[in-house]
Design a protein around this ligand. Structure first.
Ligand code: 6PG
Length: 257
């Protein structure tokens, strides 16, 4: 049984709709707090399918008007190296569910360049963008995002940090390129590295469905190895770690707190 880090909160929601609603309300609160404290809210979006319902809630009233989008800056925690209009693109999913409906200004959205010769070049170009924005990267030397949203693959990956890949050992770059994992789509990726994830003020995992219940239990209740289950390597050094689960994803947990 792992000793839970004291910065970790597990929130179990009735179903995917409740998960999206509660996550949306927490994001609204995080935005208000960040803007009040520092005049801006830096939010890194997750890819995959789970966040789509959440993004649609944030793009619609009554929630959309509760976020000061003029002081909010959006990034992507990872991206597939495909054109932004490709159905596999994380940008495309976010654009359709949030960015366009909420009419977010283009200069408030940091998209990952995906049209360079290699995924490594895309990663380097994205890092240059982020370094230009985060002019002060704190004591750690890494950018301190106010909130990073993450998903969980049933192989234990998160963002595009896949089991057994060299990307897991990257501890100086902010952004790195990642070869495909075993889960689809089998395309090169660009991803935040562990130091960036762990420098965040808050990281929020969004996990739904019975299919994730075994990996959720492995990560939250056993002594997982980040090499095998990279999501277990996410533990913000000075920030909060929130696991937002629906009851199905939490169904294998032996302790519900
Ligand atoms: C990606 C995501 C990835 C995703 C998980 C969960 O680009 O694929 O960043 O890490 O969050 O694979 O995906 P689902 O939400 O579709 O289960």
């Amino acid at each position: 049984m792992s000793t839970a880090p004291n910065n970790r909160e597990i929130v179990i929601c009735h179903d995917p709709a409740a998960l999206a609603e509660q996550a949306a309300d927490r994001i609204i609160a995080a935005a208000a707090e960040a803007i009040a404290a520092r005049g801006q809210f830096t939010l890194a979006l997750s890819g995959g399918s789970t966040p789509e319902r959440l993004y649609k809630l944030l793009a619609a009233e009554p929630r959309c008007g509760k976020i000061d989008w003029q002081r909010t800056w959006l990034f992507f925690g990872d991206e597939r190296c495909v054109p932004h209009n490709d159905e596999r693109s994380n940008y495309r999913m976010a654009a359709e569910s949030l960015l366009k409906p909420a009419q977010i200004l283009v200069d408030h959205i940091f998209t990952v360049p995906v049209d360079l010769a290699t995924s490594a070049a895309c990663a380097a170009a994205y890092e240059i963008q982020l370094r230009a924005f985060f002019t002060s990267s704190g004591d750690s030397g890494f950018p301190q995002f106010d909130l990073i949203l993450l998903g969980l693959g049933d192989d234990g990956h998160t963002a595009s940090l896949f089991p057994g890949k060299p990307t897991l050992a990257e501890n100086t770059a902010w952004i790195t390129s990642s070869p495909p994992g075993v889960l689809p789509p089998p395309v090169d990726r660009v991803t935040f590295t562990f130091p960036v994830l762990n420098a965040a003020r808050q990281v929020m995992f969004l996990v739904a469905g019975t299919g994730k219940s075994h990996i959720v239990r492995e990560i939250l209740e056993n002594r997982p190895n980040p090499e095998r289950h990279p999501a277990s390597g996410v533990n913000p050094q000075y920030g909060k770690l929130i696991w937002m689960l629906d009851e199905a994803a939490a169904s294998a947990l032996t302790r519900k707190v």
